[in-house]
Design a protein around this ligand. Structure first.
Ligand SMILES: [Zn+2]
Length: 305
């Protein structure tokens, strides 16, 4: 089968590799789509990191069942969360597979994983529907957090991004106000919007020092900062304000697919609206390079092996 193999920074090659077969407890999936995740892009641009999850936002159809697997059949359409999905076939434990509801499109199925990341972060951060929230970054992570908050019934969600295309998308998806951090000074703006108090929660969804600083300086006394961005460089922050304002800072890096599925089923959110391009496997490098562009016009790219 054909698969995109990671050889190093900015070096992906389409290679012919042996087709995997499922062992006991595993299923084999013919991959329909695999989304490019921010963590994949990070790896593409800066090198691998521990327990690399390269190519993990997949969906497709089960074509073979390993020994002892119950509850799934050949032909079942599924969501599949395991690395190695930039390939025609993916083999994975059945615990990492969820049945795709019949009325769910493949495009929607392909973005449940990033939505599940937002679900995990929102739950772990204990965000409540009446909280005011700042999301720094209108990329896939920030936009999925926005949709999760909308699904919960949150009404005041402010967002920031230097990219015009991404700010537009955030507006389209229902952000209360979207600011450009290259023009607006974010903390005073956010404080102005919340009667001088600051927001209850800020979500860092980029992974750079300036957005982390904006988050820390925009939350109220005893407010929370949830950090989801993948940081390449160190961030120097003033810890005095952190201490005197008794800020709570939480890092999150996991998924809650069942909460994400509940949101989709009951709250009518449309996470597939973040998809901006679908490319065949042969053009995967083009996809990564597009996401690496400074203008950030692409948001979520799906690869179709
Ligand atoms: Zn992901």
């Amino acid at each position: 089968m054909k698969a995109a193999i990671y050889h190093g920074i900015r070096d992906l090659r389409i290679e012919e590799v042996p087709e995997p077969s499922p062992k006991a407890g595993e299923v084999k999936v013919r991959v329909k789509y695999c989304g490019i995740c921010g963590s994949d892009l990070h790896e593409y641009l800066h090198g691998p990191f521990p327990q690399s999850p390269f190519g993990h936002e997949a969906c497709g159809q089960i074509v073979e069942i390993g020994q002892g697997v119950s509850g799934f059949q050949e032909g079942d359409p599924v969501l599949a969360f395991r690395k190695g999905a930039y390939a025609e076939y993916l083999v994975l434990p059945k615990e990492r597979v969820i049945k795709k509801p019949e009325d769910m499109s493949w495009e929607r199925a392909a973005v449940v994983e990033p939505l599940a990341g937002a679900a995990y972060a929102i739950e772990k951060g204990g965000i409540r529907p009446d909280d005011t929230v700042l999301i720094a970054g209108c990329g896939p992570v920030g936009l999925m957090a926005l949709l999760g908050l909308k699904a919960m019934g949150a009404e005041k969600v402010y967002m920031t991004d230097p990219s015009e295309a991404r700010r537009k998308k955030a507006e389209e998806l229902g952000a209360s106000l979207v600011m450009n951090p290259l023009i607006d000074k974010i903390p005073p703006q956010v404080k102005g919007l919340s009667g001088g108090r600051g927001v209850d929660v800020a979500i860092e969804a980029v992974g750079i020092e300036s957005t982390l600083k904006d988050c820390l300086a925009s939350v109220r006394y005893q407010g929370k900062v949830i950090v989801q961005g993948i940081f390449t460089d160190r961030a120097a922050v003033h810890m005095l304000g952190f201490v005197t304002r008794e800020t709570i800072m939480i890092g999150t890096n996991s998924i809650n697919p069942s909460l994400a599925m509940t949101w989709i089923e009951t709250k009518r959110i449309r996470p597939e609206l973040i998809i901006t391009q679908i490319l065949p496997l042969e053009k995967i490098t083009e996809g990564f390079e597009a996401l690496a562009q400074k203008t950030k016009e692409q948001i979520k790219i799906l690869i179709e092996p």
